[in-house]
Ligand binder design. Sequence first.
Ligand code: CS2
Ligand code: MG
Length: 402
Amino acid sequence: MTTIERAEVLVAGPGRNFVTLRLTTSDGVTGLGDATLNGRELAVASYLRDHVVPLLIGKDPARIEDMWQYLYRGAYWRRGPVTMTAIAAVDTALWDVKGKVAGLPVFQLLGGRSREGVLVYCHASGTDTASLVDDVARFRDLGYQAVRAQAAVPEVGGTYGVRKGLIYEPAATSLPDEQPWSTEAYLRFAPTYLEAVRDRLGFDFHLLHDVHHRLTPIEAARFGKRVEDVQLFWMEDPTPAENQESFRLIRSHTTTPIAVGEVLNSIWDVQHLITEQLIDYVRTTVVHAGGITHLRRIFDLAALYGVRTGSHGATDLSPVTQSAAVHLDLVVPNFGIQEYMEHAPETMEVFRSGVRFENGMLHPSEEPGLGVEYDDAAAERFPYDPRYLPVARRLDGSLHDW
Ligand code: CS2
Ligand code: MG
């Protein structure tokens, strides 16, 4: 019987920090899984190295579903970002192996193409309204059919999602950067820059905005109502997602579509959001919600309730997740949109990926498996360097959701 012979937890910092699981079978077939949790990478590396890898050696790599059940229910302690990211890495690597053994790209194992390509959205930003509108126009000229727009709020300096230079990387400091926040200033300013984008560039493309967990439910309801004429494709994370009940209040006040889920890690975390149709797009991901196996379950539940997919895809999700996401996005009937941020050149030196961008869509490679290989020699040149995500503080100094 073929078994899992080797399991390597690879920690490196090419462009930014990543944790990758590489499984090797007794037939010499390898599979990759992303295990990156931005700002808490070593917690997942330890969960894998110290508690999961010893359970993998000697197991049958073909038994993906049984492995998922074993690692989830067998741990006793369940759910949460660390656990589910570790399980995700194993699951994704096993799908990669299965594709290579079958000689098929993973999307063929999941049911084959349902669409020709995967519609993506990119991140436009600006330090003020004018530079934001110019940045949206630049991405439209590059062929993007969907663009996220974020601008700095004047009274409080930097704000979430404003790129410095070519690559946006929020985890940029060796201790959390304390960034100021004013809800009042944001609520006064954000609607005006979204309106300016539509005034200057029109309505023939999808415009998205990430509130990034910053508002109370009633503030989010007010914001959603205020921007209805902007016709957003979605307002994302309008309020912290732990309290799923909050979205009922927002829903009752506005028709602006709602997207939630990048910080959620299991079907139980999104169950009521979906079954009570409190959201329009579910943003859970391969890497943080238990891998391809579990994410497919979430997407199939969402399909029953008219909720579409809109997976998170920032640069702190590695090219392994990006490829796995595109394979799944190509197949699921209720696909909505896929977030896409170009990784840094250093990242692409380590992760050799066959995913390609063409006229506003991503396309997976036709290689067997996920179509991503890990270059150890290149990774050697980029050691892990601890980085934290920022924290936000209101102008009175009290802690706010970043
Ligand atoms: C954001 C992310 O892309 C998004 O929608 O919410 O940039 C998020 O801030 C980071 O992935 C956190 O690591
Ligand atoms: Mg987000």
